[in-house]
Design a protein around this ligand. Sequence first.
Ligand code: PMM
Length: 274
Amino acid sequence: MGVVNVTPDSFSDGGRWFDTTAAIKRGLDLVAQGADLVDVGGESTRPGATRVDEDEELRRVVPVVRGLAADGVVVSVDTMRASVAEQAVAAGARLVNDVSGGRADPRMVPVVAGAGVPFVVMHWRGQSIDMNDRAVYGNVVTEVLDELRAALDQAVAGGISPDRVVVDPGLGFAKNAEHDLALVASLGRLRRELGRPLLVAASRKRFLGRVLAADGEAAPPPARERDAATAAVTTLAARDGAWAVRVHEVRASADAVRVVRAVDAAGEAAEGDR
Ligand code: PMM
């Protein structure tokens, strides 16, 4: 899943694809790099971000979704607003990715249920403005599992078919670097225990900057220099059977997935020979 943030202020690529034509071109580039789907969002969720208003979000997102869908791209819409999800689906989006897992807008679950499209339910503890204050866990893996299961149950109770729900641990959302690393170490467990396809969105996130800075106590590299680190997480996610990874640069991650697949196939063939 390639990312197109139609925002002036996303932490990793804010402002780069802010006009409609540039954003559509970026989406097509990501497909050329190997993306199977493109996630279009118009609201930054970086820690401390304040919310964009609804009209502005619609203005940013809908024409990009329409343009990419018209070019045959499978588009997901990254939004916490039911109205944006609704209009994006009408413009051709085939999946709704809601970082709040249906909690920010009470109309989201019924709208997605009515549209009959897949729904990404992410682990979320509240809006970005103060989410770092909620990064408090006894055991991050079991708590994220329990809270994700509750959000999944709520989506299903609201009419979304269970086989249309994708789950996501929400790396960096109300989590510090240690929490994110513990969750990455437990992707296989999350997938098995939740029994749903798993989306992993580590791309360029703070915890990777922290890991890269840890040697020699240097400052973290800027977000755009974290793509190799992102591909490392993609390798782990692919090994753990993730359904998709959400990334800003697709090529390295698509290659990583191909290598994991080839190694797994070779491993199975070798097992068969024994
Ligand atoms: N992270 C961001 C935005 N959308 N969607 C899902 N499902 N999971 C995530 O972890 C997620 C997301 C924030 O990252 P960005 O600003 O680099 O897009």
